[in-house]
Design a protein around this ligand. Structure first.
Ligand code: GUN
Length: 296
């Protein structure tokens, strides 16, 4: 079998179009413009690229973008004051503090100081708890993007066997909760899992989020399974820099029914879902109907 390629770049464009439509309606009918504030501490080059991209896409869908760039030696007290100001700003519906933070700042403390209703990353402990108990929450963007692609491809996921490889708070754990919410039978595998290839061979859905280049091999994949590759790993091959996923695409695409490529798979969905979460947060803040198809 040669797998169907799930085109995350095209899918993300349709999500952004939907978001832009909702934003236009919110402006016209309700006189509100969704606003997303991004806080960047320090000068990490990768973070700067992400933040620039988030700001650009936010404006492209018609929302307001607020960027707060703070020095690398900003104190915890000063950062908390910035977050507090954004929490109390009615024009700001979403707040994202770019991670990683410099070592002297306590990430958990900062994230948990964000108003959960504005926590468009879905990292606040309240949102983690709400998701875990099947209640309405803000859902982390990357797993939400994976769920949207899976629902689009399969329709219902009910009863499917899903294996999530990786147990991070940002991807693995929330992904497992979302799949459980859609009535999959979910296994979370990780670095200590015994006989990982055999565990993966049972899966109708494989989500790989471990950060190890091309670790998941084709002969681990059940014939016809759907493979979602969250990994973005920079490697050098044949003297060239290359981006690869956590899945060995060449061999896995011979066995899978459908697979996301790297780049152009899950990656573009993350910011699209951040924009979707900001619209959702804006609707909730204003007591308006939530956009359909953009939430879990
Ligand atoms: N750094 C890399 N990805 C992310 C993300 O999704 N959210 C935040 N806040 N920081 C990140």
């Amino acid at each position: 079998m040669t797998a169907q390629i799930i085109d995350g770049k095209a899918f993300a464009a349709t999500v952004r179009e939907k978001v832009a439509g909702h934003v236009a309606r919110l402006k016209e009918e309700n006189n509100v413009t969704p606003g997303l504030a991004v806080v960047l501490v320090g000068e990490d080059p990768a973070s700067q690229v992400y933040v620039r991209s988030k700001g650009k896409q936010t404006v492209e869908v018609g929302m307001n973008s607020y960027e707060h760039k703070l020095d690398a030696d900003t104190s915890e007290e000063d950062l908390l004051a910035v977050v507090n100001k954004l929490n109390n700003d009615p024009d700001v519906h979403g707040i994202l503090v770019q991670l990683p933070l410099p070592d002297h700042l306590n990430e958990d403390l900062i994230i948990n100081s964000i108003d959960p209703a504005k926590d468009v990353d879905g990292f606040h402990i309240s949102n983690v708890g709400l998701l875990g108990t099947g209640q309405k929450s803000m859902v982390p963007c990357t797993p939400l993007g994976c769920l949207m692609m899976l629902r689009d491809h399969h329709g219902s996921l009910s009863g499917m066997d899903a294996v999530v490889i990786g147990r991070s708070n940002i991807v693995g754990k929330p992904m497992a909760q979302l799949l459980l919410g859609d009535s999959c039978t979910v296994t979370i595998a990780h670095s200590r899992t015994k006989d990982l290839p055999e565990v993966v061979r049972r899966a109708d859905i494989v989500v790989a989020a471990v950060g190890r280049p091309e670790m998941v091999l084709g002969d681990w994949i059940k014939e016809g399974a759907t493979v979602i590759d969250v990994g973005i790993n920079r490697i050098e091959r044949d003297g060239k820099n290359k981006l690869v996923g956590d899945v060995d695409f060449a061999s896995a695409s011979e066995r899978a029914g459908a697979i996301t490529p790297v780049p152009g798979g899950v990656g573009p969905m993350t910011i699209a879902c951040l924009l979707a979460n900001t619209v959702t947060a804006c609707c909730r803040a204003n007591g308006l109907a939530e956009p359909e198809g953009l939430t879990a």
